[in-house]
Every structure is written in C-alpha cells, then in structure tokens.
Design a protein around this ligand. Structure first.
Ligand code: PXP
Length: 251
C-alpha cells in the first residue's frame, strides 16, 4: 500500500474574505485550527508581495498557534526570504508572482530564473527549512529543480484542472500524461513530489492514485465549498476522496 497522501489546506481565501471588509473576521488562524481538527496534515499560506490576503502577522500567528507543519508560499525575493527566515516555517514553497495575476497562473521557470532562485534555495535550506519549487510538470523544469538542490517540487495541476472543468478532454488527457510522467521522473531523480492548484474532490481523487505524490495543497475549492457545507465536513470529504484515490494504488 502506498503511503498516505498528506493534505495541506491553504487558508489564503479566508483572509481574502476578511480583507474585503477589514477587521479580523473571519480569521485564517481559526480556519487553520479547524482544518487540522478535521484532518488536515498541514497548513499552507501565501504571503504575497501586495499582502492581498495573508499578512505578516497571520504568518507569525500560524507558526505560533498551529500544531502541524506550516508551508509558507512566497516569491524568491530578498524580502520574502528574510520574512521566511524570521518566521521559520516547516516548509517554503517558492512560487512565481505577478502583481496583476488573480492567482498563481503558471509554474516557476526554474530554468530561466536559476540565478535568482539559487541563493533563495540555499539560504532557506541552510536554515533547516524544507524547500519546494512550484513548477509545471516539464522534464526541463524538474531537472532544473534537481540542479538547484531543491529537495521537493510541487507540480502545478492548474492546466489539467482547467481542461477538466472546461471539458477539453484531449487537452486534459495530455496534461494528465505530463503530470503522470513528471511525477515518475521527479521521484526517480530523488525529489519528493507534491501537487496542487485548482483541485476539487474529483481531481484530487484522480491524482491521489499517482503513488509518487506525497502531498496535495488545496485552497480555493475547500474554502468555497465550506460556505455551503462547513469547513469540517468539507475537509473530511476531501480526505475521503484522497483516500479513495490512494486505495487504487496497487500494493
Ligand atoms: N499550491 C500552490 C503552490 C499555490 O500557489 C496554490 C494557490 O495559492 C495552491 C497550491 C492552491 O491552489 P487552489 O487555491 O487553487 O486550491
């Protein structure tokens, strides 16, 4: 039986709702604690340059108040590396960031930005933080992650999930194949493989059947669905979907 797939719950959009009005409600740290009580294995939060959702004090409170690993998503800038070194999360996931994007639209270009990424990966690793690179499942990107010395990659599932939800079946099949082959390649090269972006119950169940993948990071769908079903029930449904998918892996 393949190892249990970890669920990292991204609480950014609890902060998005809070910030729509200002003030303190709803509190992403409260959501993180509820998510953990419901079965999340870790909490993910993205400190964006423009602080549009998670803010510095949210990160500090998450680190201080939750009892599961904190995965700090950030761009590879000097300011963000300094912020991560001050917070000392369990993990950092380096993502590309554009001010004008609504969400993290594509993976990092680890080939092109090797020179910018290298010192960030080095300094974070040196501080004992598990570093992951959020990349598309392309062989050149996976090999660049190895060259940079990142121990973990997170495969960007957004293109696959978009194709699935828009019923572009040929593209969905092609994107799936890239994820499948990319996960195999990455594990073969010694990387720990995670995945995330745009996942819902059905896509999480499908990707859970790739035994190389050790962790899924999921946010928008869970927080949106929690409006209807509550966070506790939503996390439990996601956990069950992931367990069903993982059970399809042959021993
Ligand atoms: N993983 C990474 C690296 C991300 O940047 C995001 C989006 O913030 C997610 C996972 C979660 O994506 P979603 O909110 O679409 O589930």
């Amino acid at each position: 039986m393949a190892r249990k797939l970890r669920l990292g719950v991204n609480v950014d959009h609890v902060a998005t709702i809070r910030n729509a009005r200002g003030g303190r409600h709803p509190d992403p740290v409260r959501a993180a604690k509820l998510a953990i009580a419901a079965g999340a294995d870790g909490i993910t939060a993205h400190l964006r340059e423009d602080r549009r959702h998670i803010r510095d004090d949210d990160m500090a409170r998450l680190k201080a108040e939750i009892d599961k690993p904190l995965n700090f998503e950030m761009a590879a800038t000097n300011d963000m590396v300094a912020a991560a070194l001050a917070i000392r999360p369990h993990a950092v996931c380096i993502v590309p960031e554009k001010r004008t994007e609504r969400t993290t639209e594509g993976g990092l270009d680890a080939v092109k930005h090797q020179a910018q990424l290298a010192p960030a990966v080095h300094d974070l690793k040196h501080a004992g933080i598990r570093v992951s690179l959020f990349i598309a499942p392309h062989p050149a990107q996976i090999e660049a992650a190895v060259a940079l010395g990142a121990p973990v990659i997170e495969l960007h599932t957004g293109a696959w999930c978009d194709a699935l939800s828009e019923r572009r079946t040929t593209e969905a099949a092609a994107e799936w194949e890239m994820l499948r082959v990319g996960a195999l390649l990455a594990q073969g090269l010694g990387l720990e493989v995670h995945a995330g972006h745009g996942l819902d119950y059905a896509s999480a169940e499908t990707i859970a059947a790739l035994p190389q993948i050790m962790e899924l990071n999921i946010g928008h769908f869970l927080i949106g669905e929690a409006v209807f079903e509550g966070l506790d029930a939503t996390i439990k449904m996601m956990r069950a979907a992931m367990d069903r998918g993982r059970a399809k892996v042959k021993a």
